[in-house]
Every structure is written in structure tokens, then in C-alpha cells.
Design a binder for this molecule. Structure first.
Ligand code: PLP
Length: 373
């Protein structure tokens, strides 16, 4: 049996090798490396897939920064978000002088608990920033109606959820990241649509806002050598765009492959006492950026799997409100009990498009052996 990997980027490349190699060569031959050629083509194709405007940028962290710069929030404005996320979500707020205000997560779905947001709204609140963790949407319909009622922007951190569908009660379906005023995505290699390096994108259905994001990402430019605002330089390069354009053709297939892996895990792990498989929300599909189980014996299970050659990861072992760098926000241990408990109990299992049935069987059998001991 081949070595099991947490994610298998090379294996996936081999399944598209000829097309990807040709696309890279085409960029080199065209010599259109920046803001032209493949970058524009890819933006157009992703825009069709998502049915909204897409502005590509340097990475997911930049996408978040661009979103808040384009919304022109001011120093001291408050943004409600989750402490159970990757650091970027919160880091950019602080860099822009905004104040992150945390709300605890739902212990089963891992996303911000929408029923607790209202109590966190103050006169200074300007936006809500849910994160669609592990590939499943936060409760966007509730959050969107709260935002409308209180005049707040809704910004989605959709970095882990490209291709996920949000299902509204009236039957409307929208892609993750396209429900709010702005959505942010990352093309970090292991994400649902991963580049061979860095990349990111901002989504918005508002054409004015799209123009603003484009300007901010291009040094705040109005026209050649004329700048109407302070911006930054954040762009996707053409080689990455060419790779992403090829991979986008297979996104549905790749998502289905991830969902098949998840279905296999579900089937064989659902009845193990002491282990909880991921809970599905009825308002979202799940694209399984990660397949994350919960158990009180997390560390022991991880060690046991490691000894059997099975990698696993803890996303995330330290809640952001307890990180040294963010102590100035003033939160103490115990502030967000669900988040803190998840940090001690979650474990993400190998999840990618190249896992074989034999490997999957070995993984679930190993987990069963652990819990029978
Ligand atoms: C990956 C990720 C980011 C940042 O993306 P980069 O491309 O690495 O900058 C932001 N938020 C979440 C939730 C992520 O998973």
C-alpha cells in the first residue's frame, strides 16, 4: 500500500499532467505574466462558476484585507467573527485597526453560532465575518437577515469552502462566498481549488464594490500613475491562473471525490462509541476541505494512528482568543467554552482526491482497533 498522505497534491497533478504542463508552457510562450492572459481568463471562468464578480489577488489573507479596505471600515469599528479559525481571519482586522469581537461556535458544526451574534452587536459593529470552516457553510440565512436588520456588512471567509452550496429556506441555492457583500477565497495548494503556490480571490456581486476591490489591489489606482486611495499590490500570477483554470474544469469531480471519501468514513466510523463524525447542516452542502472528527481521546488516537503510518492534523489546537499575540483583546480562558473544547477534541483525517479504497479501509480499521482497546 502506498504511503498515506494528509493531502496528495502530486498525485492529483498526475491526473491532469498533460493539460497543466501545456497551460504553463502557453503562459511562458505568451509572456503575459501579470494582469493579462490567463489571469483574465481564469477570473472569467471562476466568475461563471460562481455567478458573481471575481477579482483575483495574491492569497486568501490579502483577499480578506482587500475586502475590509474596499468597505472603508474605520479604525475602531467592530467586526464580529469566530475564534475557531485560521489566524488570517482575525489578523487582517487588527492590521486595519478594526476590533475583532468573538462569538463562540456551534460545538457540532464548528462554525459561528448564529444565535449568539445579536448579543455581540454594539453601536460600533460594522460587519459580521463568518468562516465556512472545513468546507461547510455557516448559518448564512440567519446571519444575513441579522446584518440587514442592523445595517451591517456581511463578509464571508470562504477560503475553505470553494464549491459549497448554501441552501436558502425558499429553495434558492448560492455558492459559499457569494451570499454576503463580499466573499474571500484562497488558492493555497491544499484548499479545494489549490494552486501550485499562493493565490486568492475576492467575490462580490456589487459592481461598484468590485471596482473598488480592483483599485485597492492595484495600489489604489484610478488610471495609469493616478492614485485615488491608498492601496496595496496583490495579484495572482499567470502561471498560477493557468494551473487553476485547468483544475477548475475538474472541480465538480474533485468535490465529488472528497464527498465519496467522507461518505466512506461516515459509514465505517458512525457507530464507534467515543467518536463523533462531522455533523451536517441542513442549509449547506459539505465539500470537505477537511474531514474532522471529535473525540475526548484525541491525542491518544493521533499517536496511535501515527504509529500505524496514518497522518492526521489538529485544526486548530489553539483558539485565537488565547493566542499570545491577541491577548490585548482582553479575552480570558473560559470565554468561549465550545471553541476551547474543540481545540482539545478535534482531529482531521487524511482527505484528498487520491485516497484509495485500500488506504481508506486501513484508516477506518485502525480507528476501530483503537476504540476497541
Ligand atoms: C487558508 C485560509 C486563509 C488564508 O489563506 P492564504 O491563502 O494562506 O493567505 C484564511 N482563512 C481561512 C479560514 C483559511 O483556511
Amino acid at each position: 500500500m502506498q504511503t498515506i498522505q494528509m493531502s496528495d497534491l502530486y498525485g492529483q497533478y498526475l491526473s491532469m499532467k498533460d493539460e497543466i504542463d501545456a497551460a504553463i508552457q502557453e503562459v511562458i510562450r505568451s509572456a503575459k505574466f501579470i494582469k493579462s492572459g490567463k489571469v483574465l481568463e481564469f477570473e472569467e471562468k471562476l466568475s461563471q462558476y460562481l455567478d458573481t464578480n471575481v477579482i483575483s489577488c495574491g492569497n486568501g489573507t490579502d483577499a480578506l484585507q482587500l475586502a475590509f479596505m474596499a468597505l472603508k471600515l474605520k479604525s475602531g469599528d467592530e467586526v464580529i467573527t469566530t475564534p475557531f479559525t485560521f489566524i488570517s481571519t482575525v489578523e487582517v482586522l487588527v492590521l486595519l485597526g478594526l476590533k475583532p469581537v468573538f462569538v463562540d461556535v456551534c460545538p457540532n458544526k464548528f462554525n459561528i453560532d448564529s444565535s449568539k451574534i445579536k448579543a455581540a452587536i454594539t453601536d460600533k459593529t460594522k460587519a459580521v465575518l463568518p468562516v465556512h470552516l472545513f468546507g461547510q457553510c455557516a448559518d448564512l440565512e440567519t446571519i444575513q437577515s441579522l446584518c440587514k436588520k442592523h445595517g451591517l456588512f456581511l463578509v464571508e471567509d470562504a477560503c475553505q469552502a470553494l464549491g459549497t452550496d448554501f441552501l436558502f429556506e425558499d429553495g434558492t441555492i448560492q455558492k459559499a462566498g457569494t451570499v454576503g457583500n463580499i466573499g474571500c477565497n484562497s488558492f493555497f495548494p491544499s484548499k479545494n481549488l489549490g494552486a501550485f503556490g499562493d493565490g486568492g480571490a475576492v467575490y462580490t456581486s456589487n459592481n461598484e464594490l468590485a471596482k473598488m476591490v480592483r483599485s485597492v489591489a492595484n495600489h489604489g489606482r484610478k488610471e495609469m500613475y493616478v492614485y485615488e486611495r491608498v492601496g496595496l499590490n496583490s495579484r495572482l500570477d499567470s502561471i498560477q491562473a493557468a494551473i487553476l483554470e485547468v483544475k477548475l474544469k475538474y472541480i465538480k469531480k474533485h468535490i465529488k471525490m472528497r464527498q465519496d471519501v467522507a461518505a466512506f468514513y461516515d459509514e465505517y466510523l458512525k457507530e464507534i462509541e467515543g467518536l463523533q463524525i462531522p455533523t451536517r447542516a441542513n442549509y449547506s452542502t459539505h465539500t470537505f476541505h477537511q474531514y474532522t472528527v471529535k473525540t475526548k481521546k484525541r491525542n491518544e488516537l493521533q499517536m496511535f494512528l501515527k504509529k500505524r503510518g496514518i497522518p492526521s492534523m489538529v485544526y486548530y489546537p489553539h483558539p485565537i482568543h488565547l493566542q499570545e499575540a491577541y491577548q490585548f483583546l482582553g479575552y480570558k480562558k473560559g470565554a468561549f467554552p465550545h471553541c476551547e473544547q474543540l481545540a482539545e477534541t478535534v482531529l482531521s483525517l487524511p482527505m484528498h482526491t487520491e485516497l484509495t479504497e485500500k488506504q481508506l479501509k486501513y484508516i477506518v480499521d485502525s480507528i476501530k482497533i483503537f476504540f476497541k482497546k
